[in-house]
Each structure stands twice: as structure tokens, then as C-alpha cells.
Design a protein around this ligand. Sequence first.
Ligand code: ADP
Ligand code: MG
Length: 313
Amino acid sequence: MYPQNDITQENNNGIRIDEPDNILVCDGLVKIYKTDDVEVLALQGLELEIKRGELVAIIGKSGSGKSTLLNMIGGLEKPTAGRLYVDGHDLFAMNEKGLVEYRRKSVGFVWQNSGQNLFPYFTALQNVEAPLYFDRMSQKERREKAMSLLKMIGIDHRAQSYPAQMSGGEQQRVAIAVALAHDPQILLADEPTGAVDSKTSNMIQDIFRRINEETGITIIIVTHDLSLANKVSRVIMISDGKISTEKIMKEKYREQLDNMTTESLAQVESHEEYSILDKAGRVQLSQDTLEMAGIESNKVRVEVKDGKIIISK
Ligand code: ADP
Ligand code: MG
């Protein structure tokens, strides 16, 4: 369908896939799950670009395609159509061997359920060491690296504990250290704070923000937690397998972020909301927006007035 091997050029739709700043490019990404009798269109031509070093939150209702997107970025599933480039790799064209290598080197995963992240019969330290067994490292180097990661996350006092001896929040912090062990370019977290209380959730969010600032690693977090979204410079909303709107943090708010409490944060308008205009000129309007404008029919008037586009009944 698409010409292959043109990674250094502009593709059919004009997205620069060789843009050096972009660590992720999704271009018309489609994912169809086929079960015995039904086909589920989990992603419907999703467009997304993420720059190296960004910290991005993805929010959306259950079933909107968030996990599907993360699983494809993580090389766990293949798209049905479209293009997906991560860290210079064409994931659509990659064979199984390439994908295994990619998963081992380029991405780190943190799941919601900490049981999925950690080996129950390993201590915290052993869990962080585990991904390093494939690297050419002495036992001492492995231990030192694992320990320094636990220190960075502030959980080194639990190095000798087993998962069952730790709280949910502690387990998730160890899981973050595990995900970072092989120095991935991109860290993917699927509802990492879904199973912890709000105080712990806050602490985990701050860890993501800090490691993003300190190491420059690109982080994509899927979350239900709107307070997390308020602390992230870019919030992407998915509905029906497509990106509907994006919120970009106001510069002024970003400057104040470190000096504000959670309570005062909630009272400031942190982000500006943008709708996504796709390359075919389509804009998705939310049901709320349509209701507020009293639009019920599937036909609308579109006019340009004073440099603005007005959509009305
Ligand atoms: P979210 O993470 O936003 O809740 P998902 O990406 O898990 O949404 O799911 C998107 C849609 O795809 C849903 O309708 C879901 O039922 C469907 N889906 C997800 N995974 C599978 C699968 N392995 N087989 C069939 N359908 C799936
Ligand atoms: Mg999900």
C-alpha cells in the first residue's frame, strides 16, 4: 500500500517521519481485532507525533483504544494498517526477531497491576537486576546499576523485600526501576496508578515527572487520573480509536508548577484545549460541544467570519 524504505522522505500525507525530534510517529494507524464473529475497530486512523523527551498523558474512556495504542508502540501487537515509527524503527515492517530486540532495547513498560511487573519470588533488587542478565555485565556492575536505579526512585530501602512484603505504591516504584533498567528510549505506563490511593498516585506521578526531567527519557502514561493530567505538559484525549482533543500546558503555569500545592494547582486553568484537525481537514467535535451548540442533525453550516470558522445548525 505504502512505498517501503522511504524513511528519510516525506510520506504520502506529508508527515516527516525522519523529523529528528520525533521519537514517535503514528500515521493513519488502524487496529482491527478479529474474533470468531465480530471485528472490533480499536484504532481508526490515529495520528500522533511525540517529540523525544516529552512527557505525555493519554486519557479516554474505557474501550477507547488507549491500551491498544500502547501495546503497539511497545511492539507487543502489530497494527492492521497505517504506519508506526518509534525511535527510528518501522514497527509495521519489523519481523518477530526485530520486535523482540526492539522490546528488549527501546521500550520499558509499567503496567497497572504490579503483579504483572514483578517476579514474586525475587527481591526488589533481583527484579531490577533481571533485565540486565542479557547485557554483558559483571554481577557487581549489575548489582550497582540496579541499586542506583532503586535509589533514583527513592525505594532503595526496600531492596531486599519481596513484592508481597511491599505496599502497592512501593511495588509500582520498583516496577518503574525495572522498566528503566535496560536504558529504554521510551517508557510506557498503562494506568500505573490505577490501583493505588491518591496520595501514592501523586507520589508516583512526581517520580515520572522527575525522571523525565533528570534523564530526558520520553514517557507516555495512560491514566484515568485527571490530577496527573494537570501536571503533564501535553494531554492527549482518545475517543473511539482516534485522538479527539489535546491539551497543552500554558507556559505560565509550567513555570509555577514546582512551587504549587495540589490544592492550588486544581484552581488554576492549567491547559489550553485544542481539537485535532486531521490531514483530510476533519475535526472531531465532542458530544458535549454539539449539545451546547444545540446541534442534533448530521448536517451543519460552516462559514468563515473574521478569520474564524463558525459551525452552526
Ligand atoms: P482502553 O485501554 O482505552 O480501555 P482497549 O485498547 O483495551 O481500550 O480496547 C479498545 C477496543 O478494542 C475495545 O472495544 C476492546 O474491547 C477491543 N479489544 C482490545 N483488545 C482486544 C483483543 N485482544 N481482542 C478483541 N478485542 C479487543
Ligand atoms: Mg486499557
